[in-house]
Design a binder for this molecule. Sequence first.
Ligand code: NZQ
Ligand code: MN
Length: 389
Amino acid sequence: MSRFTLPRDIYYGPGALEELKVLQGHKKAMIFTGGSSMKRGGFLQKTEEVLKAAGLETALFEGIEPDPSIETVMKGAQAMREFEPDVIVAIGGGSPIDAAKAMWIFYEYPEKTFEDIKTPFTMPKLRNKAIFVAIPSTSGTASEVTAFSVITDYSSGIKYPLADFEITPDIAVLDTDIPLTMPPKLTAHTGIDALTHAIEAYVATARSDFSDALALKAIGDIFDNLVDSYHGDKEARGKMHIAQCLAGMAFSNALLGIAHSLAHKTGAVFHIPHGCCNAILLPYVIQYNSRVCMARYAAIARYLGLPGGTDKQLTDSLVKAICGLNKELNIEQTYAANGVSEELYKEHADAIAHNAVLDPCTLANPRPIDDAAMKEVLACAYYGKRVTF
Ligand code: NZQ
Ligand code: MN
């Protein structure tokens, strides 16, 4: 049996925040957010207003940091246990949405530890105490529709993707006014994150006809809109918000691959934003995987109308198109060019490679990989060498 799981309802478009009124009948909403961006844009206040007008009592937990920690998750779960919400509303980037998902688990199961929930697809049943509503403010992670929550253990420097369909949100609200306040760099990084989701999902071992359709459409829309969105085009920004969600629907079910395994591990050690890591890694990972799934990459290139007669030429065209896109977004193509010193890279390369092999995303990669090969792919991405093995 195979399974394909998505949130029950998705509200989308300009001003979609108003639709939070569907929560009427619930009693207490606890709102989770990051630093100050949602307040600055007035979106936090609007969320509170709509919920209050629908008759809900509200409480606020703010200050969730980018790349949220286990400590923040435990603090938020404690706050939930004190307020006892029957609705959890997370508004912000992937970080606050992911953190709130993990808090939700420890709200419903206070006796569980982080160790207990690390193994993918072993989570206990949720929704005994609350349902989950996600409102994304970046156009990249698609945490609003995914079965993942990425939490960082700062004591070991490892990012853990928690995974289970139990934490797929119940309601996603894609208000296309919210990502309009993203600065260009965040737009670029999160946009390439979404592209990486779609491309990894299209070749992943758990892919299906459902995920293929969503992934291809997302790839096309991202190539059509990301550069314009980066330059501030309002309509393109809105299209990117939807496209990243399509990519999320695909990868939440098809899973990802080693671009993400390495992005999770290098992001935590090199302190480079998640999307930027993916932008660096994706071309090298395509070269590595093309040994086993060149026809799939060629199909993407054909869909995009890229030049080439053979699968090899088309795959090369795809790699070139991604590097060209990065260039237009002012993202440098190697870790070295992104400011990671050779000393830092060499000190951590073995551990990064080893931990990346153990990352759950590696299981869905089309081509198997061991520590030595992972270290080679990382070296190519550090120095900017073509992967030829
Ligand atoms: O904290 P605030 O003040 O809100 O500012 C944030 C933060 O500084 C700012 N920001 C967010 N929306 C904004 C905005 N600034 C202006 N206007 C807006 N509309 O952006 C900064 C970064 O926010 P963050 O939430 O960290 O970014 P992103 O959405 O890229 O999320 C990254 C996290 O998601 C994880 C990553 O590993 C990383 O921890 N991922 C989650 C996935 C999932 N749940 O399925 C999958 C992804 O592959 C990814 O791993
Ligand atoms: Mn990602």
